[in-house]
Design a protein around this ligand. Structure first.
Ligand SMILES: *[C@@H]1O[C@H](CO)[C@@H](O)[C@H](O)[C@H]1NC(C)=O
Ligand SMILES: *[C@@H]1O[C@H](CO)[C@@H](O)[C@H](O)[C@H]1NC(C)=O
Ligand SMILES: *[C@@H]1O[C@H](CO)[C@@H](O)[C@H](O)[C@H]1NC(C)=O
Length: 429
């Protein structure tokens, strides 16, 4: 009896050690939600380690958003989750017309590519993007676009999202942007690999399947060229496109193609960072099943993170559950899965933890404070900051981000950052 019990116990322990849970799978899923409802459901899931992050859209933005994000991070941090780094809070802050948050980059990518000093222009845009993201507690940007546009007015050129039709110019602007933004602690994402530059104006992978009939030689020498520069610049994430490129794979679009993901991006180009999908519900994948089915295809191809961008918390939950089933049934290899989890974990560990100050409503306090700074005309004429962060160990990243944002929006103002404990203490209540 004793021996039998021992055997049974051992067997069930082995079984449970191999099986993954929703908390394990969720590290691979970025959630989204509609409007400014700031759903409590997402906070509950965060506390249960059942989200990997959130993508923020313009319709999610209001004054309460920074506090909501701080709350999500605190809930996650209190959950004792296996992946320790902060949740990934991502948005598309490309510049020009494509910006989800208030603030910079002021110039579109096309305008940056037309400046006389490309390094300086890319650098400024990267700093502006980091400031805008940090002001809202975001730690990752789904930018820059590395697509090398083909013809005037085509898909990437029509909204000024491409730096240039010259891959060398794209590479130079992108590298400067990536170094500047990541230097400020905000993850950058090179997209849409291997390139949507040849897509015509109406060929939108969000809406429908798109085939790009370009030779492998052109794809490599033109479209992929900026990726070499981005990888050298230390790019932390890459987003593959949902277009089909028959030159290398005539069945699977890049983001669910192991030929593109493993053969080309990881193999030939040597990218070792995190690979994140474009919106999993995109019309471009209409031939590839439900969102959960597409997610399993993407992870099988070698992608790490799934973007559940339909602004619906249930969508993310369905994907998490499908990943659990896929790994536990063996249809998605558990070694592929765990290698991918390690990649995400390493990335998230490079991010600063949101300060403990998050427990106090500092996000809204500092918001008010910067608003005050704009209103105080006298202050706008004052000398430059003289009391930086040493005074307040609890000044959090949101506060710093708001300050940088203020400086960028009014560079002429030569503002004084009067961060002193008395001022903040007054405003704590
Ligand atoms: C791409 O090539 C395929 C097969 O050769 C063809 O059916 C399709 O029309 C082409 N698409 C474009 C946009 O040229
Ligand atoms: C949310 O997503 C789920 C799962 O994909 C779907 O069944 C549901 O209809 C969606 N709800 C809305 C409001 O889009
Ligand atoms: C703005 O001016 C008011 C009135 O003089 C002052 O109380 C407040 O502290 C100033 N705000 C900042 C951020 O210095």
């Amino acid at each position: 009896m004793a021996l039998l019990r021992f055997i049974i116990t051992t067997a069930s322990l082995c079984g449970s050690a191999l099986a993954i849970t929703a908390a394990d799978a969720a590290a691979h899923v970025i959630f989204s939600y509609p409007g400014t409802a700031h759903p409590a459901r997402l906070t509950t899931l965060a506390q249960q380690c059942q989200i990997g992050g959130v993508i923020i859209f313009k319709d999610n933005v209001d004054d309460k958003l920074p506090a909501y994000i701080t709350g999500l991070q605190s809930a996650y941090a209190s959950g004792g989750c296996a992946v320790k780094g902060p949740l990934l809070i991502l948005t598309d802050q490309e510049g020009g017309q494509v910006k989800r948050l208030p603030g910079g980059p002021t110039l579109s990518q096309k305008m940056i590519g037309q400046q006389s000093n490309l390094d300086a222009a890319g650098n400024t845009a990267g700093i502006q993007a980091a400031a805008a993201l940090k002001a809202y507690g975001n730690n990752g940007n789904l930018a820059p676009v590395l697509d090398v546009y083909h013809e005037a007015g085509d898909f990437e050129d029509q909204n000024e999202r491409s730096y240039s039709n010259d891959p060398a110019v794209v590479a130079q602007c992108a590298a400067a942007f990536i170094k500047a933004q990541q230097g400020k602690g905000v993850i950058a994402t090179a997209k849409h690999f291997p390139g949507l530059g040849a897509a015509a104006a109406s060929e939108n992978t969000d809406a429908r399947p798109v085939t790009i009939n370009r030779s492998l030689a052109d794809l490599r020498s033109i479209d992929e060229a900026p990726y070499t520069a981005a990888i050298q610049a230390g790019i932390k994430m890459v987003m593959p496109s949902w277009a089909l490129y028959p030159a290398l794979d005539d069945k699977y679009p890049s983001g669910i193609s192991s030929k593109w993901i493993q053969g080309e991006l990881r193999g030939r180009l040597g990218f070792e960072g995190v690979i994140v999908t474009d919106a999993i519900e995109a019309g471009g994948l209409s031939g590839f099943g439900t969102d959960p089915e597409r997610s399993v295809l993407a992870m099988t191809a070698g992608v790490d993170l799934i973007l559940a961008a339909a602004r619906n918390v249930t969508q993310g939950e369905g994907i998490v559950s499908a990943l659990v089933t896929a790994v536990n049934s063996g249809s998605l290899s558990s070694s592929t899965f765990s290698t991918s989890t390690s990649r995400i974990s390493s990335l998230r560990n490079t991010l600063s933890h949101p300060s403990r100050a998050g427990q106090l409503p500092f996000a809204s306090i500092s918001r008010l404070w910067v608003d005050d700074m704009f209103r105080n005309k006298t202050l706008l004429g004052a000398d430059i900051m003289d009391v930086p962060l040493r005074v307040l160990p609890f000044v959090n990243r949101v506060t710093i981000g708001l300050y940088e944002l203020a400086m960028l929006e009014k560079p002429e103002a030569n503002m004084r950052l009067r961060v002193d404990s008395q001022q903040l203490t007054r405003r704590k209540v």
